[in-house]
Design a protein around this ligand. Sequence first.
Ligand code: AP5
Length: 219
Amino acid sequence: MRIVLLGAPGTGKGTQGRFISETYNIPQISTGDILRESIYSKDEIGNIVKKTVQEGKLVSDNIVCNLVKKRIQKKDCNNGFLLDGFPRTIAQAHYLSSNKIKIDYVIELRVPYTSILERISGRRIHTKSGRIYHIKFNPPKIEDKDDLTGEPLVIRKDDEKESIIKRLKEYEKMTYPVITYYIDKEKFGTLRFFKINAVHPSLIIKKQIDAILKNDFIT
Ligand code: AP5
């Protein structure tokens, strides 16, 4: 099972990606997480992309495609994988098709911008594991502490209001065309495309995604 999860910042890709990964036992490959890990570990890529990510701009296709290429060559991807936040440009989508990396499902999460701002401004993350919380919608058991390790939760550097607006603009400009691209692909029967109104609580969205992946989703 090879899945692409698309959606603007804060629509719940990371949250749903984790559910899908656990339920279907496939790795969640989040290009955002991979880039953040590089930034925290201050490796070569991290030093190059730090400013770009924190300003809410997209990292170059070349860097991101190479990271994905390396990751999907790993053994745990043999039975499938979930791409969370990739492809985000037409060039990245072409990268997959030109390398014969077949995708079975594309799931787009849609949420109005007002909810996105509320979601992102309340987000807290546990840096090492990538676990995602929300001060109102998914609060940790102890305020500002990770449930499993008790370590402090942090606010992502690119969750400042200015970066969020830039990320939303980048999404409209660069990623909307990817949605059209996949809708067209569905017409040729090469994959299944689903749009989900992801405004509901996460467990409801999870059920809808389960229904899609078990082939009993009614549109
Ligand atoms: P990335 O990490 O992918 O960020 P993003 O796409 O902006 O998405 P977010 O992580 O902000 O949100 P999400 O949809 O995962 O929502 P979440 O589940 O956390 O990318 C970061 C940056 O890396 C990019 O800006 C770019 O610079 C670079 N990058 C990454 N991929 C790239 C690529 N392919 N090409 C080029 N550059 C790339 O949920 C948000 C909050 O809402 C959480 O607090 C959560 O608890 C809460 N929540 C989730 N679901 C619900 C719900 N149903 N109801 C209420 N609250 C909810």
